[in-house]
Design a protein around this ligand. Structure first.
Ligand code: COA
Length: 260
């Protein structure tokens, strides 16, 4: 599929999606959110893509936020619709994909940019990255899941401070907070993510999809993560990947997962 605001490239089991509006620091306008939805859906549906990596183009920004120019004059109703639609199309959507998604944070990840990174299954940052939720400085609150996912990742107190101060933290502080898993130079960022993806790809894609579901369940209101884990665990026993994985172990050979 051809896109205007993003690039989507497949290679060796991985799809790299790059938000490509560097002049606007890759800010998320409506069209970009729709294109991201389409690209994620396409990659997730493809049998060949085992891991998705998302990053920003240029050296400055991952994503500098939702495109402020698009919502500055919105009414209350329009504001609520914007958040609901964005969450359904992109943020909740990405979090619940069964294909692992890694955010490669190559610069500013602010507002909707950090919210997008937090929707991914985990994050890797370059040393120049800066992260924050500046919404309260614009008189609004994070609306793409930031008030929920930031406390889940860094703890309530740190999240409160970041949201209330609207300040930015650097990559090393994000590492200390557990917001990102690794920090490397900008030049090494994508190759580190590709390396992690290669490790993921050795394992059962079916089991990974179920693990994502089970981990996420703990963070959903009204759902019991342990129960979901038991259910998903049980389902694994009916998959060909499970048969292959356990047989390979017992036969002392490497597993060759059929992905079913
Ligand atoms: N929405 C729309 N446009 C944005 C944007 C956003 N979130 N972030 C940056 N841009 C645009 C700027 O308007 C500017 O466009 P222009 O060249 O047409 O004037 C361009 O991207 C470059 O940004 P600029 O502010 O000149 O770069 P900088 O290096 O001086 O500052 C930031 C970088 C990230 C600190 C600054 O751009 C910023 O604060 N952005 C908004 C962050 C934010 O509040 N995000 C949350 C939104 S809810």
């Amino acid at each position: 599929m051809a896109y205007e605001n993003i690039l989507s490239e497949y290679q060796d089991g991985k799809t790299v999606i790059t938000i490509n509006r560097p002049k606007k620091l890759n800010a998320l306008n409506r069209a970009t959110i729709q294109e991201l939805h389409d690209a994620f859906a396409e990659a997730d549906a493809s049998k060949d893509t085992k891991v998705i990596i998302i990053t920003g183009s240029g050296e400055k920004a991952f994503v500098a936020g939702a495109d402020i120019s698009e919502f500055a004059d919105f009414s209350m109703g329009e504001g609520a619709k914007l958040a609901a639609k964005g969450q359904a199309l992109l943020f909740d959507f990405v979090e619940n994909l069964s294909t692992p998604v890694i955010a490669a944070i190559n610069g500013f990840a602010l507002g909707g940019g950090l919210e997008l990174a937090m929707s991914c299954h985990f994050r890797v940052a370059s040393t120049n990255a800066k992260m924050g939720l500046p919404e309260t400085s614009l008189g609004v609150i994070p609306g793409y899941g930031g008030t929920q996912r930031l406390p889940q990742l860094v703890g309530k107190g740190r999240a409160m401070e970041m949201i209330m101060t609207a300040g930015m933290i650097d990559a090393n502080q994000a590492l200390t907070y557990g917001l990102v898993n690794h920090v490397v130079s900008q030049e090494e960022l994508l190759s580190l993510c590709q390396g992690i993806a290669a490790k993921i790809m050795k394992n059962s894609s079916v089991a990974i999809g179920k693990a994502i579901k089970a981990v996420n369940a703990n963070y959903k209101d009204g759902k019991d993560g342990f129960k979901t884990e038991i259910k998903q665990f049980g389902k694994c026993f009916g998959t060909e990947d499970f048969t292959e994985g356990t047989s390979a172990f017992l036969e002392k050979r490497k597993a060759d997962f059929p992905g079913k």
